[in-house]
Design a protein around this ligand. Structure first.
Ligand SMILES: *Cc1c(COP(=O)(O)O)cnc(C)c1O
Length: 396
């Protein structure tokens, strides 16, 4: 039996390779950080979601060790059987405090939070109205739910209004959006989304994965940015990006919603509880967030500096209110060539092209971090300028 299937897989894989879409893993031989070791060579990393530079933070490493010493290595249980320690409740409370919400439920990952949020809350009488560029985990979560599906063009408020009108016949309406869209770095227009939701009697859900820790003066995410703290029914997010980069996801929001998820959300009911070391480090991380704003300030200063210098150098950077800077090249092979040449210069970035971004919208995505020092940013910009001139993208 396997022979036929093997043939089929080999052909499919060869086609992926021929289409230039094959994903190769690049092996890092150090901790995650601004400087990483790749093939025995030090590179500057500009493609991690390590926005606050916490992935190798000594205080978090220490907190994780203490968590393991005090509460063990693993839980070997889902939450409701025997997988809930005092630490889990404490982390959930910290997350609610950080976002100004009523309660929080932890998951192994935000992929699970999004996968398990819709189906327990809504059924075929209801409507989910989703931004066309929402994350894969939202799309999968919506698929698992029987609610009627409506889609609006990315951040297009006229289209959202039309979809809301079409959904008026439904019992409940939920508008769902990413906080920051990871390909462009644009923040969702939550002020307008909220206004429309009020007008058409809908609830709102925001996935804060790329915005939490980053957007807003103190990194409290898009609800801080738009002065809507406590107004949004559901927020989801990850501990795997700005918040230390390890693992863990959460849904935070209205009390009754979280209560219902604890009763019916399948990734919560049927998947293991977070490991104590990660939970303890997560608690310490949120304590750090409330003690000082140094990392957020540094990230914002770094991002402003990078975009300003790149724009002055003649690069076409998409407007961004996040730590993502999309350097537009508009040509797929060029984006790959540019990224490869940057790697030769010791700069790690990713070139994206169709189907990950629309046709003719190829780009290099740079992710700025609080881990970057000015000299790192200058080295990255200098490499961009050198190769940009070499490839005739910018003038001398
Ligand atoms: C990264 C990401 C996720 C997945 O988070 P994990 O915790 O890694 O599963 C979900 N939603 C968005 C918008 C993301 O960017």
């Amino acid at each position: 039996m396997y022979t036929n299937f093997q043939e089929y897989l080999k052909k499919e894989l060869a086609q992926i390779e021929a289409d230039g879409l094959y994903k190769h893993e690049r092996i890092i031989e150090s901790a995650q950080g601004a400087e990483i070791m790749v093939g025995g060579k030090v590179c500057l990393n500009f493609c991690a979601n390590n926005y606050l530079g916490l992935a190798d933070n000594p205080e978090l490493i220490q907190a994780a060790k203490e968590g393991m010493d005090n509460r063990g290595y693993g839980m070997a249980s889902v939450r409701f059987i025997c997988g809930c320690q005092d630490l889990h409740k404490k982390l959930e409370a910290k997350i609610a405090e950080f976002f100004g919400t009523e309660d929080t439920i932890l998951y192994a990952a935000c992929f699970d939070a999004n996968g398990g949020v819709f189906e327990p809350l809504l059924n075929d009488q209801d409507a989910i109205i989703s931004d066309a560029l929402n994350h894969a985990s939202i799309i999968d979560g919506v698929r698992l739910c029987k609610a009627q599906r409506f889609r609006y063009a990315n951040a297009d408020m006229a289209d959202l209004e039309k979809q809301l009108q079409d959904a008026q016949k439904c019992r409940f309406r939920l508008v769902v959006t990413d906080g920051v869209f990871s390909m462009d770095g644009n923040v969702c227009p939550l002020d307008k989304i909220y206004e429309l939701a009020q007008k058409y009697n809908a609830m709102v859900m925001v996935d804060e994965s790329h915005s939490a820790g980053v957007v807003g003066k103190t990194g409290r995410g898009v609800t801080e940015h738009f002065n809507l703290r406590g107004k949004i029914e559901i927020l989801t997010g990850t501990l795997g990006k700005a918040f230390g980069g390890a693992m863990g996801g959460f849904t935070t929001g209205r009390k009754e919603i979280i209560d219902m998820l604890r009763q019916r959300s399948r990734p919560y009911l049927f998947s293991n509880s977070m490991a104590p070391g990660l939970v303890a480090a997560g608690i310490r991380m949120f304590e750090m967030m409330s003690e000082t704003n140094t990392l957020q300030d540094k990230l914002h200063a770094n991002t402003d500096y990078f975009i300003k210098k790149m724009t002055e150098a003649g690069f076409d950077c998409k407007p961004s209110q996040s730590a993502i800077c999309a350097v537009m090249l508009y040509d797929a092979p060029l984006s790959q060539k540019f990224a490869a040449k940057l790697q030769e210069e010791g700069i790690f970035v990713t070139g994206f092209y169709y189907p990950v971004v629309p046709k003719g919208q190829a780009r290099i995505r740079v992710q700025v971090s609080a881990a970057h020092e000015r000299e790192h940013l200058d080295k990255c910009i200098a490499a961009f300028v050198k190769i940009g001139k070499e490839l005739g993208i910018i003038k001398n």
